[in-house]
Design a binder for this molecule. Sequence first.
Ligand code: BV8
Length: 242
Amino acid sequence: MNLQAAADALQAARHVCVLTGAGASAESGVPTFREALTGLWEQHDPLELATPEAFQRDPELVWKWYCWRRELVSKASPNAGHYALVALAQKVGMLTLITQNVDGLHQLAGSDSVIEYHGNLFENRCFAGNCDVSAADLSVASPTCPHCGACIRPGVVWFGEAIPDHAMEAASLAAGDCDVFLSIGTSSMVWPAAGLSEMAQANGASVVEINPDATASTRPAHYAITGKSGVILPKLLAMLGA
Ligand code: BV8
């Protein structure tokens, strides 16, 4: 699909559903998930560290990794792709934004009602339950819950954990209802997020993928636009007269 055809499909859409992955934040300097290990973290595999088992085994190590990622992300700003999605929401009938990213950059750019499918890096939760951890001392190596003493964990969805019900429901509804499904900057390797484009396709939506590389979902994707989201999305918005 060329850009004009994608712009035409967006123009004609009643409901556009957008799914973003780590590639959408790459131009903000946030490493994509498979690159998310540099320097001292090179010897760890994120698929290993982002699990409840790793946290139970070594809460201090996992907490330290998340503190390192928070530090990294807190210095990042939204890129042109994030802002283009804010503009797109003003140009189309209805837009649902689902992100696999935990960096909060869509919200920082001005997108509202973002569905955070994998949670948020900056939220803290009690590992044992739903305690209020707002009064916890986060300055120590392995913070603990002021109510029950369990370790405090980041509010992200780890591998092997269920997607939050509200996010799962809202995302599935949008994928099943949309006319155009924009899959941006994701390798489509992580499930069940990767199944959303197939849901959209099954409902007859046009699936448009924006990525410098081919991905696992490129096969079923109707259209693949090769390029960086921070470059392609502003071009698309310019064609929509934004
Ligand atoms: C669950 C938060 C069940 C943590 C993350 C089938 C069905 C269901 C589950 C599974 C299944 N098969 C396997 C599973 C298990 C597992 C899974 O998917 N494993 C994978 C490895 C095979 N899934 C789960 O465990 C999920 N939970 O299913 O629970 C259940 C049910 C009931 C009760 C109990 C349990 C939970 C998965 C969530 C994991 N958490 N994040 C944290 O961040 O620390 S996932 C994490 O990795 C990210 O959030 C992101 O989603 C994912 C990485 O994917 P991408 O975003 O695509 O990033 P990636 O680096 O891979 O690719 C970047 C892309 O960008 C590339 O294509 C690149 O070319 C492109 N790019 C680069 N630059 C640019 C660009 N594109 C555009 N512009 C650019 N400039």
